[in-house]
Design a protein around this ligand. Sequence first.
Ligand SMILES: NC(=O)c1ccc[n+]([C@@H]2O[C@H](COP(=O)([O-])OP(=O)(O)OC[C@H]3O[C@@H](n4cnc5c(N)ncnc54)[C@H](OP(=O)(O)O)[C@@H]3O)[C@@H](O)[C@H]2O)c1
Length: 387
Amino acid sequence: MTPRKVSILGATGSVGTSTLDLVERYPDRFEVIALTAARNVEALADAARRTSAKLAVIDDPSLLEELRSRLVDTGCRAETGRDALAEAASGDAELVVAAIVGCAGLEPAMAAVEAGKTLALANKEALVTAGDLMTGAAARSGSVILPVDSEHNAIFQCLAGNDCKQVSKLILTASGGPFRTKSVQEMASMDARAAVAHPNWSMGAKISVDSATMMNKGLELIEAHHLFGCPSGQIDILVHPQSVVHSMVEFIDGSVIAQLGSPDMRIPIAFALSYPDRVDTGVERLDLSKVATLTFESPDPERFPALRLARAALEEGGSAPVVLNAANEEAVTAFLGGRIGFLDIARTVEEAMARTSASAPRSIADVIDIDRSARALAQHLMTELAA
Ligand SMILES: NC(=O)c1ccc[n+]([C@@H]2O[C@H](COP(=O)([O-])OP(=O)(O)OC[C@H]3O[C@@H](n4cnc5c(N)ncnc54)[C@H](OP(=O)(O)O)[C@@H]3O)[C@@H](O)[C@H]2O)c1
């Protein structure tokens, strides 16, 4: 078997390290071409050394010399900067895993799509902010976008090639996050440590806070629209605290097909890496007799306004999803730094959306411009909130 050439963008994060775990488990199946990180030079160099990567890219230029010295006796080139990141995304790899967090992952994800790569997409913010541009580019280049997000990966598996005409609705499940049963008053005093303590999944800090506000499910709603072509009205959200049913598809004949598994990202990542084959992931098998009870409930848009805001952004279209995402990224960073309260995250996003009326982005440069302005506005709004 010729190994599949793989690059991992965001190799030092939660999804990135789970991907490395799988790639290193199957050295005969996967050959690592490029790995990237923002600042974690030690983990990046270690992973590049272990996997015999050809290129390692660090986002922070002040760490390039350290990366070079850590890789000096290997055949791995160390680089920094946008061009190097674009090279990691569009160079020799056949499959690119997009696991950078936030809109920072958009340009390299787009570079991979334009180069016709298979894109294993975890970086949902890329599709949220530039979904039409990315799917349009994929249609032109022949790039295939395989969803890594567990919900979208589940839907992809349930659809099994059926298009939206056979579907009456997509049902995205949500754990409800750590504050599922908390009142608004209780949520007001929750700090970053409480917000990142997800009951079922081990994830990076940003997506963990997004799960606590349920903005994560809102972003996934927009992601699902772009991946599967279904309008907002055909995508439901259902809270399922056990995180065993990863999502479902209801077909026009009334059949509902669900995908189940242990809540471990290695399952959807492995599916995307080895598609259309399946490989043993080493993940603990789902034992439904131990789980015993699966429960479902409707989400509460009053306690979790981020859901309502994301649906409004999808339905409004244009620049609204970019503004939603940018304001959310800034507010989550501020919350993690202890500068705003938990409820201020959704307040900031709502106000940023209300005060912006940019026209629809027609290029990635437009998306980046709108993103930048929305971040500045969110910073200003947070200063107002603090006053
Ligand atoms: N974690 C999950 O289980 C999960 C599930 C579904 C979807 N996702 C999505 O997958 C993406 C990654 O999530 P994660 O939880 O793995 O995040 P994470 O643990 O925070 O890792 C983020 C990765 O991106 C790198 N990075 C951060 N900022 C960057 C920048 N400005 N430029 C270049 N690289 C940058 C980080 O490098 P450093 O380590 O050097 O900072 C790290 O390698 C997100 O879009 C998330 O929504 C995650």
